[in-house]
Design a protein around this ligand. Structure first.
Ligand SMILES: C[S@@+](CC[C@H](N)C(=O)[O-])C[C@H]1O[C@@H](n2cnc3c(N)ncnc32)[C@H](O)[C@@H]1O
Length: 259
């Protein structure tokens, strides 16, 4: 069963998987020309992306510090700015694969900041995709939009109140603005609902959002739900990218069934 957030969006599965919605199959020579043009353009884009990636200081830093992805430095900056994650915390990491945010949280909850060994706290990660184990992190594979997966996550929590929920979940983008905005909103709304049910009163939720038509309604939802709302674009988030993060602190209208 698929769950719906505060605003309901009907999302068809074929749309979700349609990464190349702009390519229309044509017959004969025209088809080859279109294919060729698309391939040449995507080759250029790939080359430019690869160039940026290889020369990116955060990619180098991630390699040096043993993080699986440069994304670790986005959460690190948000956490250092707002002091969200503290020893003893229960942290839920939504959309955790390949695991860089979980690795960061794991180190934050280690008495010595270590990647292995003692851990003062609890980390539960969830993703659609498989994640290679991160020591001390309980991993669940599944789709956060599905009620069964939410029930599994709640079972792992065993009634524990959560201190921080972080969500770097991002849907497959179709390139169609309205569709993508709906997909992004749906994931964020579900994360907000989860936070209302499971965060402690002064807990925090960090979500990834994108500038576009979904941004303003999601900011409004955050302001309705949290005492304090901070939009943050960490330095590690590329200028070219429309991604940014919303942090909500202090839940106004908790819906805790098991306080
Ligand atoms: C940008 S990546 C996360 C990177 C991660 N924070 C890290 O530091 O390694 C986004 C992740 O969200 C996951 N995701 C997207 N939609 C999801 C959903 N409905 N349920 C669970 N995970 C989802 C994707 O599979 C992907 O691994």
């Amino acid at each position: 069963m698929v769950r719906f957030g505060a605003v309901n969006f009907a999302l068809c599965r074929s749309e979700l998987n349609c990464r190349h919605a702009g390519i229309i199959p044509l017959a004969g020579t025209d088809a080859q020309r279109v294919e060729l043009k698309v391939k040449t353009q995507s080759k250029k884009v790939n080359k430019s992306w690869l160039n940026d990636h290889v020369n990116d200081p955060y990619v180098k830093l991630a390699q040096k510090e043993g993080y699986r992805a440069r994304a670790a430095f986005k959460l690190k900056e948000i956490d250092e700015q707002l002091g969200l994650i503290k020893p003893g915390n229960v942290v839920v990491d939504l959309g955790c694969a390949p695991g860089a945010w979980s690795q960061y949280v794991r180190r934050r909850l280690s008495p010595e900041g270590a990647a292995v060994g003692d851990l003062n706290g609890t980390i539960i990660g969830l993703d659609l995709l498989h994640m290679e184990p991160v020591e001390g992190v309980t991993f669940l594979q599944g789709d956060f939009r599905e009620a069964e997966v939410l029930a599994q996550l709640e079972e792992v929590l065993q009634g524990r109140i959560v201190d921080v929920v972080v969500s770097d979940m991002a849907p497959n983008l179709s390139g169609i603005e309205s569709t993508d905005a709906a997909r992004i909103s749906h994931l964020v709304e579900l994360a907000v609902e989860f936070a209302q049910k499971h965060l402690k009163t002064d807990g925090a939720l960090v979500v990834k959002v994108f500038h576009g038509s979904s941004y303003s309604p999601l900011t409004k939802l955050f302001k309705q739900t949290f005492q304090v709302v901070k939009p943050i674009k960490p330095k590690a988030s590329r200028d070219k990218s429309s991604e940014t993060f919303l942090v909500g602190m202090g839940v106004k209208n908790r819906q805790i069934t098991n306080p």
